[in-house]
Design a protein around this ligand. Structure first.
Ligand code: C5J
Length: 232
């Protein structure tokens, strides 16, 4: 029998089912996080995003130890920008747009240094990395097929930014029938209010998009999964 663990969460406890749960780590990319990068060049305070790295590293380690599938995503585009619609490309200050030269290479372009995940959270061999052109991780990607093939029904959702790619992905997943537990201190926003309200929106109205818990609640549950025997 598959072990299940109850995680204290808002608005109700979340049932973590081993082998049916994946941890999704959204867009922890240098372009968004590093000083001098794309995110900071837009006038944002990257410290708010960097604060996510230590708890998220601990959560990823606990998931790996528990045998929970870890999936990483990266927002970005092909070098010829053929997958970036004009409506997305033409936003923001000219010279600091997608495809322009930034401190870490062409901004949000696949293969560039800035497009990749920060060293502290680098995927390990065997982990899936989804390259996504949109804010949601399901749009124009193979994520649905990956989850279906692995028998996944629940997602632990983390990453940046809370109100943009984390929210869009959680909404997309919720509409597809996945139960989503968003980990509050393992998500981050450049804007404190957006982060707080973004999390409130997920758990409001009886958990309209999912559940919210912090890593202090989720990591012990993963440790319990790691040590609980699979019963026949
Ligand atoms: C944004 C993201 N904010 N990963 N991307 O443009 O949330």
């Amino acid at each position: 029998m598959t072990p299940t663990i109850s995680v204290p969460a808002e608005p109700t406890p979340f049932t973590l089912v081993a082998e049916r749960t994946a941890l999704i780590v959204i867009d922890m990319q240098r372009d968004f996080l590093l000083p001098g990068g794309f995110g900071e060049s837009l006038g944002n305070d990257v410290d708010r995003l960097l604060a996510v790295v230590p708890p998220l590293a601990a959560l990823i380690a606990a998931a790996r130890e528990a045998g929970v599938m870890v999936i990483h995503t990266r927002e970005g585009h092909s070098p010829d920008l053929s997958d970036c619609p004009p409506a997305k490309l033409n936003r923001g200050a000219p010279s600091q747009r997608i495809g322009d030269d930034g401190k870490y290479g062409r901004i949000l372009i696949r293969g560039e240094y800035g497009h990749d995940i920060v060293d502290e959270l680098a995927p390990i061999d065997g982990e899936v990395v989804i390259d996504k052109p949109g804010k949601g991780a399901f749009y124009a990607t193979e994520l649905s097929e990956v989850l279906t093939a692995a028998g996944i029904t629940s997602l632990i959702v983390t990453g940046v930014t809370t109100e943009v790619c984390v929210h869009t992905t959680t909404r997309e997943a919720n509409d597809r029938g996945y139960e989503c537990l968003v980990v509050s201190d393992c998500c981050g926003s450049y804007f404190a209010d957006f982060h707080r309200v973004g999390l409130e929106m997920i758990a409001a109205q009886g958990g309209i998009f999912g559940w919210v818990a912090d890593s202090a609640a989720v990591i012990p549950a993963l440790h319990q999964l790691a040590t609980s025997p699979s019963l026949p």
